[in-house]
Design a protein around this ligand. Structure first.
Ligand code: IPM
Ligand code: MG
Length: 373
């Protein structure tokens, strides 16, 4: 196997972001050492942490650093300390700015249950079983990037947020979703609110037009309210869910809860194929857990394995990490949020240490008996 030299920008951010990112970086470091890759990690300030140090959530140096790397690993941003700032100065504005500046228009959120964690889903086993789908969320348009305006004071105050989409913005994300589905179970569910919104009517027409180029894929349209219900009732019916920026934000938290905890779900944000993609757990900065060494690092760890697969094409390495995680879960080790009554609840750093020990174990095993035995 050829050795890879790659640079990875690390943006720990706020709250539990630095803790979970540290765990993911440790595992990527182990992976580099074992498979003889050369991963160069470069850390940059971002979000609230960057506001404190540089007065802005997205400093120039951070943006330039991200552009110059092969991939970006982000922790989480935001916290009560910055909630009273105007919208355009908050940590979230840094994330939206980074998405815009790097042209990240694809957001992929795989909703997969780890076999050992079937029992922690809030759904009954018969309903959750077979749940394995991907949410493809458009990330660069919609109401997120339209005008946001507040006027007046008191009971005379008013506000508006403008949602807009162009056909070409919809077309490029739709193509991505159809291509993902082609490599999976060939089913796309497009989610909109075409019975009310003009942007959704354009969405539905455009997705239907694009679908003609993918005759092997079945396309279904759902209104977002029905989709929210179907995700709870029969999650196993979905293969790829394609949706806009706002609906994707909301539905992905709902879907993550089904997998047992929002702490488990990774994401990839991507633009043009030759540009660096950004990987982050979809959970937030969880300020109440920060610094307590209790946050689940798996969302960040699965973001790292998604990075290995999607940006570097390193499937075996990703699988090596994921199977070590599955064995640790099988042994009953858990962080607090994913514990069951019989689990051994560990601190976050202990949990990561178990995964690293398990990685090492599997190497000893493979040296003795041959890889994969
Ligand atoms: C997400 C988050 C962000 C979003 C926030 C932090 C701006 O909720 O990535 O899902 O709304 O896109
Ligand atoms: Mg969200």
């Amino acid at each position: 196997m050829s050795k890879m030299r790659k640079t990875i920008a690390v943006l720990p951010g706020d709250g539990v972001g630095p803790e979970v990112t540290r765990a993911a970086v440790q595992l990527l470091g182990d992976c580099a050492a074992v498979f003889e890759h050369d991963f160069d990690f470069r850390e940059f300030a971002f979000g609230g942490a960057a506001i404190e140090r540089f007065g802005t959530p997205l400093p120039e140096e951070t943006l330039a650093g991200c552009r110059s790397c092969d991939a970006i690993l982000l922790g989480a941003i935001g916290g009560p300390g910055w909630d009273s700032l105007p919208l355009e100065q908050r940590p979230e504005a840094g994330l939206l700015g980074l998405r815009k500046q790097l042209g990240l228009y694809i957001n992929l959120r795989p909703i997969q249950l780890r076999p050992a964690l079937q029992g922690i889903s809030p759904l009954r086993r018969d309903r959750i079983s077979g749940c394995d789908f991907e949410i493809v969320r458009e990330l660069a348009g919609d109401i997120y990037f339209g005008v946001h305006e507040q006027r007046g004071e008191g009971s005379d105050a008013s506000a508006r947020d403008v949602a807009s989409y162009t056909a070409s913005e919809i077309e490029r994300i739709a193509r991505y979703a159809f291509e993902r589905a082609a490599a999976r179970n060939r089913h796309v569910t497009s989610v909109d609110k075409a019975n009310v919104l003009a942007t959704s009517a354009l969405w539905r027409n455009t997705v239907t037009r694009v679908s003609r180029d993918y005759p092997e894929i079945t396309l279904e349209h759902l209104y977002v309210d029905n989709a929210a219900m179907q995700i709870l009732l029969r999650p196993a019916q979905f293969d790829v869910i394609l949706t806009g920026n706002l609906f994707g934000d909301i539905l992905s938290d709902e879907a993550a809860a089904l997998a047992g905890s929002i702490g488990l779900i990774p994401s990839m944000s991507r633009g043009a194929a030759n540009q660096p993609a950004l990987y982050e757990p979809i959970h937030g900065s969880a300020p109440s857990l920060a610094g307590k060494d209790v946050a689940c690092p798996l969302g960040a760890i699965f973001s790292a394995t998604l990075l290995l697969r999607e940006s570097f094409g390193l499937d075996i390495e990703a699988q090596w990490i994921e199977s070590a995680v599955d064995r640790v879960l099988d042994h009953g080790y858990r962080t607090m949020d994913i514990a069951e009554s019989v689990s051994r609840v560990l601190r976050s750093s202990e949990f990561t240490a178990h995964i690293r020990a398990e990685l090492h174990e599997s190497l000893v095993h493979s040296e003795r008996y041959g890889w994969g035995v």
